[in-house]
Design a protein around this ligand. Structure first.
Ligand code: PGA
Length: 253
């Protein structure tokens, strides 16, 4: 953790959750007690179909909500797309952009991710920009080069510490139960902080929240969250269980 940075734990529900699952959000809100509130920010990113009702369910809890993606466009003939302004209108304050599942399954390039991050900023959402290397790239010793390259191409212009979150998510760690070693996470997060310094200036870079994501669970959260320059977590599977998500939050507190 970085002492001067208030950590953020964000849950990414991916394509999971029906109306009945809003009970999970309500349970998380119930468990977000004064001690946790004093120490860590929480956000939930449900599927778009639940965003407005989840935002309502979380109202008054101080837990934010977010979208999992947004369009590069403001409005118009883009069937199936959801604009950043629509996410904001549904109560969101964050938008995940550039998740590896979007990059891989939907062919999103760094340039597209950057345009999405800029669209999010324009709608006063904080983009959570995701970056991460594949297994092959790590084994070839290229992980840091790949991730700093993605950052270079994906970050929005004119971002500040208050309007940007970066999530390092090694592709091979997502949903697999595998995690990098603490030393590998430390090396990567230090490299990300340094690259942000080049892009935003050192002062802003020092305050940007850098999340780790990929198989974060109650059993490994404390070790991962203890790593220098890790300022929280982006949590997939474990965010669908209130107890697990809260345990991860407590590991940050
Ligand atoms: P996971 O997913 O926690 O299920 O590995 C993380 C993510 O994809 O954001």
């Amino acid at each position: 953790m970085t002492r001067s940075i208030r950590p953020l734990v964000a849950g990414n529900w991916k394509m999971n959750g029906l109306k009945a699952d809003l009970a999970i959000a309500a349970d998380i809100a119930k468990g977000y007690d004064a001690e946790l509130k004093a120490a860590v920010d929480l956000a939930l990113c449900p599927p778009a179909s639940l965003l407005a009702s989840a935002s309502d369910a979380l109202r008054g809890s101080h837990i934010a909500s977010g979208g999992q993606d947004c369009s590069t466009q403001d409005l118009g003939a883009f069937t199936g797309e959801i604009s950043a302004a629509m996410l904001a209108d549904a109560g969101a304050s964050f938008a995940i952009v550039g998740h590896s599942e979007r990059r891989t399954l939907h062919g999103e390039t760094d340039a597209a991710v950057k345009a999405k991050a800029q669209a999010a900023l324009k709608a006063a959402l904080v983009p959570i920009v995701c970056v991460g290397e594949t297994k092959d790239e790590r084994e070839a010793g290229r992980a840091v080069a790949v991730v700093t390259g993605q950052l270079h191409g994906s970050l929005p212009e004119a971002a500040t510490a208050a309007t940007l979150v970066v999530a390092y998510e090694p592709v091979w760690a997502i949903g697999t139960g595998l995690t990098p070693t603490a030393a590998d996470v430390a090396e990567m997060h230090a490299a990300i902080r340094a690259e942000l310094g080049l892009l935003l200036g050192d002062e802003e870079a020092a305050g940007v929240r850098l999340l780790y994501g990929g198989s974060v669970k109650p059993s490994n959260a404390a070790e991962l969250m203890n790593v220098t320059h890790v300022d929280g977590a982006l949590v997939g599977g474990a965010s669908l269980k209130a107890e697990d998500f809260l345990a991860i939050a407590r590991a940050c507190a």
